[in-house]
Each structure stands twice: as C-alpha cells, then as structure tokens.
Write a protein that binds this ligand. Structure first.
Ligand code: HDE
Length: 694
C-alpha cells in the first residue's frame, strides 16, 4: 500500500479552516483573529488537526508517525496517580489563619508571635474508608487536614472531626483500615463500615469502643463540612524561647455551629447528590460566604497530665472541655477554591512531621507511627522525592538546602557548591538558635465511651443505638453481633439492651471481660453533644422553597429577603426547572425541578404552591416525597393554606405540630425564620419513628 497519510476523514473538516499565522514576533501561536491561541503539543508545536488521527487512506490504519496522536494518548493514559490509601475522597479550599494574640509565653513558633498576623492556609476535608469516587454522606470519620504556610516552613495539623482514635499504636493501623475497607475477595462494600470484617476487628479491639461511640453518633454524618469541629487528636507540645514545654491539644470550632443530618436523610442524599458536601463548600465560597473556624487550645503541664488515671498521650482518650477549657487563639477562614482540583486538592501532601520550631511531638505511639507514614505515602502517590516542588506543597517562606536531582526536579542548587561544610562560604548553614530542636519524654476503653454516651441528649442516644443496630444488622456472623453487644454492656446497659433488642438477640450475652472496670462516676460533659451546642440561627443554612404557577409573589419576596438578611440561602423548586409564573405575572426562576431537588438537600422547606396548581402537584410522587421526607426528618415546614392537600395525601395532616408553620402572609415570615434557628424539631422524632429505637 502506498503511503498517503491524511487526516481528512471528512466529518469535521470545517475545523481545518483555522489557519496558523506566522508573524514577525510572538504571533506564531495565535490565530489571525488574535484572540484564540493555537493548540500545541506539550513540546509547543502547533497542531493543525486535533480531530482525526493520521491514517493511510480514508479509514486507516493509523500511522506510527503521528506524534501528536501518540503524545495526546500517552499523556491521557498517565493522568491518574494512586489515590490515597485512606482519606481518598476529599475536598480542599484555600484561606488564611489569623493569630489573635501573641502566644510567646507558650511557644516560639513564629506564627503565634504577632497579633493580627495572617498566614496562608490550605485545608482538605475527607472521608476515610471510601474510594475517590464514593459518596459524601457515608457514615465515617471526616479528615480535617490543615496546611499552614508559616514563615518558618509548612505546619500541617492533620486531624479529624472526632477527637479520639480507634487504636493506641500505629502498628495496628493497616489492620483497622483493611477491616473497614471493602472485603478483599468480593471488593465490596464500598465506603461502609456496616460489614462483618469491620465489626469483627472492632469487637476484638476493646480500646476502640470510645471512638465507636463517636462514629455511631451523628458526628459521622455531618450536614456540611462547614458545620464540623476539627481536632488535632494527639497531644503535642508547645516550646517557648526558654525551652519550656507545655502540652497542647488543637481544636477547630466552626463559627456557624455544628450540625448533622439524620441517617435516613444521609442514605437519600447519597443518591440525590453524592457530591453534597463538595457542592455545599463550593457554593458557599463562590457566594462569598466564607466558612470560619476558631482555633482553640487545651494547654496543660506535666502535673495536670499526671493527675489523670489514664495516659493523656493515649489517642483513644480526650480531656473533657469541662475539665480543661480550650482557649481561643486565632481563626481560620476559607475564602478561595482551588483553580484546579488535581493540582491542589489531589496533589496536596499533608505530613504530621511538618512542624515549625516551637511545636513538638509527644510520645504518643500513634503520632510517632504517623510521622513515618506520611512521608512514605507521598513518594508512592506523587512519584518521587521532589513532591515539595509542586506549588501546593512548596513552602511560601524562603528556603535553602542542598537537596538536588531526582525525578521531575524543578529546582536545583545554583553554583558550584552543593554540600556543607564548605570553604567557599556559599550556601545555607544550620542554626542552633533558629532551627527546630526536638524536645528532650494500656488500658481498656470503656470509661470515656460511657462518658460520651451519657453526655448525649436522648435524641442523640437514640441515633447511636439506631446506628449500631443498622451496622450490626449487616453483619452476617451472629458471634460478632453478640460480641459487640457484650462490649456495649460495659458502656451502658440501656444502650446494650436497645441494640440487643433491635437485633433480635434471643438472650443477652455476658459483658465482655474488662481489664479495668468501667468508671461510673465520670460526669456528663455537655460539650460532647451536638444538640446541646446548636447555633440557634439559620445562618449558612439552606431553605428549599417549593413553588408553582400562581405562587404568592409578595410572600415569596418577603421570605427570600428575610433569608438574605439572616445570611441564609435558598433554592427554588418548581414543577419545571424553567421556572414558574408568580401571582403578579413575574417569572420565578427555579434551580431545581421537584424530582431533582428532594427535600433532603435542604435544612428546612417552605411550601408555597397556588390552589390552582394543587390538583397536578399532589399526583406527583416526588412532590409527596418532598413533604413526607421533610416531616419525617424533623424539619421545619412553612406552608400556605393551598398546600394542605399535600399533608393530607401524605398522611401527616393529623400529626402537624409546632414545626409546621402557617405562612398566611409576609407578616409570618419573621416568626418562621426565628423558628428555623432550632434547625430541627427533634421532639417530633418519636412520633415519626424515623429510627424506631429513639
Ligand atoms: Fe492518617 N494517613 N494515619 N490519620 N490521615 C493518611 O497520608 C496514617 C490517623 C488523616 O487530606 C495517609 O497522604 C497512619 C489519625 C487525614 O490528604 C497515610 C495512622 C488521624 C488524612 C496515613 C494514621 C489521621 C490522612 C494516606 C496510624 C487524625 C488525609 C494518604 C496511626 C488525627 C490527609 C496520605 C489529606 C492520610 C497514615 C492515623 C488523619 C497513609 C499510619 C489518628 C486527615 O500516610
């Protein structure tokens, strides 16, 4: 066959009309119009046809000579890097940390020396178990990893939204993670702890019981990344200029308060919008509603540490805030999304060992193990030792060292001298004054598990019992189910009985053997409850407003302007996404059609249909679900009279309560918004039996 390569396969020939113009100066890569740059290869060569590969004849075969095709496919084939072995699913944002006052008494860390100092920050939130593409509302711990680009190098506080951990020693981490991830033979379940392997491991690991209480609580299904606490988990040290050390625990407190969803809602959100948390953070930051956390420190000395009958360095324990109040030292504001998800969020490399002078480690064996692991994992994921050359990982302060070469080296030392000491008086030197100097220092887990449980409101206790029952109902092996209940007996009889009953155990097992008896005297610590610490405001939350043709224009306007005043957002849900015609003839723009905007996506709902539209609306299963779910999830519901048939059709007309609020006109809007501050009417829960255990 004669070689007559051609890209003219025909169908897209019109693209070929674009001409490249070779001009005097830099015009080589511009079209005649000047506005659109010419497509090039990665080597910079201009490309004439990006639609057809180079072929012999009209149909091929494709020729080896087609370097553009080859390069394009080669690069595509290599786009993926290994996902994180844990915390694969995550979402990040940029912002800054602002120091309130100097903490020079406690630490020499530069970031804490000057009031009002702003330090650039990058934060990545994550789930732990699921893969990169898993759904946001899995029941799971959330990662809360903060990178602070300080003047003395990067400081990473790689924490979680739960202040304790499952295990005491890093050597057990691979077992813990293997057990929670998909089972190796079948490759499922994905992003779920509700399976035999996890509960088998947990039921054989009593130290994990405290953490289990947290993971089975509503903390593990947050409503938004913006409404979560963050914790450094480990005890660290602060070291001042006089080399005096103070123990420290880090806490991030969300300014908008904490909030979680109900389990039944989480299940539905995962279907309706698997990116619920990502979208929420993206939308808030793009809208200029910058989420904010206050950094609070629990500071204590050795004598205080010794006053506990457990080891404060044990990461399965916490120091209740009622015993040691955290002090506010600064705020973290997230105000910018990454330009590129891969470059920043995917490639960011957090490492617990990144600490500036003045911050130091404790002997917590979990932390010590992490300090090894995080460097190791970056080499695997990012492909070589030069991952600090990637902009998101590079320090923003001046830095000087003699590291050189290696894969993808973007920076190398300039000049002759690449070692020290040297006689040329070139290059950096260590500084004993300014540099980082390392500071020269088992029991069973039921007591604090109990303390956590008794610190919850009855509603939250019900959720914990329901979560345990759900998870263990997915465990096929009765031995594991019973073993777990035997641990619960060491935590709280009532809890164990509820779960035992929920699982249909024929007889209750004996309590698990405990090396140390559970302390019954630990006082409830209200700081551990989400509901005891509600924000009492609707700020940062979202109302779903159901409209139809004929919706009362004045009422809608009053409602949306009050929401704006309260710092809350809303979405309009209409029968068609094209919008609806209001009573005054104006167009109401909609963000969702009813089937696309189920009520689980909103914190509360308002039903503002017109009478004329009701006949059609009540026939829509999605409209009925909208109302039935909002009611079952204990949400506040504002409604106009015309909406009554929706309550009747969904069988809740006889159960309407104080959370279902009539909006007869603009005058009722303020009262409705005040009520929304409670976020949910949990008192309704026993009636709707969302989880029949509560
Ligand atoms: Fe991690 N953890 N971890 N972890 N961890 C990772 O590092 C590890 C632990 C946490 O958004 C990995 O870059 C060991 C506790 C977060 O990129 C890996 C142990 C806490 C993130 C790793 C722990 C965390 C990670 C996987 C046993 C809360 C995501 C990819 C002691 C205080 C950071 C990576 C991000 C990520 C190891 C336990 C939080 C493999 C060995 C405790 C938030 O290095």
């Amino acid at each position: 066959m004669a070689k007559s390569p051609s890209r003219n396969a025909g169908s897209q020939a019109v693209i070929h009309d674009q001409k490249m113009v070779r001009g005097e100066g830099g015009e080589l890569h511009q079209h005649a119009s000047g506005a659109i740059p010419v497509l090039t290869t990665a080597q910079g060569g201009p490309v004439s046809d990006d639609q057809n590969s180079l072929k012999i004849g009209a149909r091929g075969p494709t020729v080896l000579e087609d370097f553009h095709f080859r390069e394009k496919i080669f690069h595509f084939d290599h786009e993926r890097i290994p996902e994180r072995v844990v915390h694969a699913r995550g979402y990040g944002a940029h912002g800054y940390f602002e120091t309130y006052e100097s903490l020079a008494n406690y630490t020499r860390a530069d970031i804490f020396q000057r009031a009002g100092e702003k330090t650039p920050a990058f934060v990545r939130f994550s789930t732990v178990a699921g893969n990169k593409g898993s759904a946001d509302l899995a029941r799971d711990v959330r990662g809360f990893a903060v990178k602070l680009y300080t003047q003395e190098g990067n400081w990473d506080i790689v924490g979680n939204n739960i202040p304790v951990f499952f295990i005491q020693d890093a050597i057990k981490f691979p077992d813990l993670i293997h057990s929670v991830k998909e089972e190796p033979d079948r490759g499922f379940p994905q992003a779920q702890s509700a399976h035999d392997n996890f509960w088998d491991f947990i039921s054989l690991t009593p130290e994990s019981m405290h953490m289990i209480m947290w993971v089975m609580s509503d903390r593990a299904i947050p409503r938004s990344l913006r409404f979560m606490e963050g914790f450094g988990v480990h005890t660290f040290r602060m070291v001042n200029a006089k080399d005096e050390s103070t123990f420290v625990k880090f806490h991030w407190k969300p300014k908008l308060g904490m909030q979680s969803v109900a389990w039944n809602e989480a299940v539905k959100i995962n279907g309706a919008d698997p990116d619920f948390h990502r979208r929420d953070l993206w939308d808030s930051i793009q809208a200029g509603n910058f989420p904010e956390w206050e950094l609070q420190l629990q500071l204590f000395d050795q004598a205080f540490a010794d006053s506990f009958d457990f080891d404060v360095l044990d990461a399965t324990k916490l120091i209740p805030e009622e015993i040691l109040a955290p002090i506010p030292v600064g705020r973290l504001v997230l105000d910018r999304m990454p330009d590129n998800f891969f470059a920043e969020t995917e490639q960011v490399a957090f490492m617990t060992q990144n600490v500036p002078p003045g911050i130091d480690f404790s002997n917590d064996p979990l932390l010590q193990g992490r300090n090894f692991s995080y460097l190791d994992t970056q080499i695997k994921r990012l492909g070589g030792p030069n991952f600090t050359h990637i902009p998101i990982n590079a320090p923003k302060c001046p830095f000087h060292h003699f590291q050189q070469d290696g894969h993808m080296a973007m920076r190398n030392p300039v000049g002759r001298v690449n070692y020290q000491p040297n006689s040329f008086a070139q290059g950096p030197r260590e500084s004993p004054q300014l540099g980082f100097k390392a500071f020269a220092e088992v029991e069973e887990g039921y007591s604090q598990a109990r303390q956590f449980y008794i610190s919850q409101t009855p509603t939250e206790q019900g959720h914990i019992a329901a979560a345990l029952t759900f998870e263990l109902s997915k465990v096929k092996s009765p031995v594991i189910r019973e073993r777990m209940v035997s641990h619960l007996l060491n935590i709280d009889d009532g809890l164990a009985n509820k779960v035992g009953d929920g699982l249909g155990l024929k007889a209750m097992p004996k309590p698990a053997d405990a090396a140390i008896a559970t302390r019954q005297d630990l006082a409830a610590a209200p700081s551990l409850s989400i509901l005891e610490n509600g924000p009492q405001q609707f700020k940062g939350r979202k109302l779903g407003i159901l409209v139809t043709d004929g919706t009362d224009a004045a009422l809608l306007k009053a409602l949306t302007s009050e929401l704006a005043k309260a710092g809350a957002s809303f979405e309009i849900i209409a029968p068609k996404v094209g919008g609806a015609k209001a009573s005054d003839g104006s167009l109401i723009e909609a963000q969702q059609m009813i089937g696309g905007g189920p009520s689980v996506l909103y914190d509360a709902v308002a039903l503002l249909p017109s009478k004329a539209a009701m006949a059609d609306l009540i026939k829509e299963a999605t409209a009925r679900d909208f109302v039935a779910d909002a009611f079952a999830h204990c949400k506040f519901i504002g409604y106009v009279d015309a909406a009554m048939p929706l309550f009747e059709k969904t069988g809740i007309a006889d159960s309407l309560d104080g959370g279902v609020i009539a909006l007869s006109g603009a005058k009722d809007v303020t009262g409705f918004l005040t009520a929304l501050g409670a976020l949910r009417l949990w008192a309704r829960e026993p009636k709707v039996k969302m989880s029949k255990l509560s």
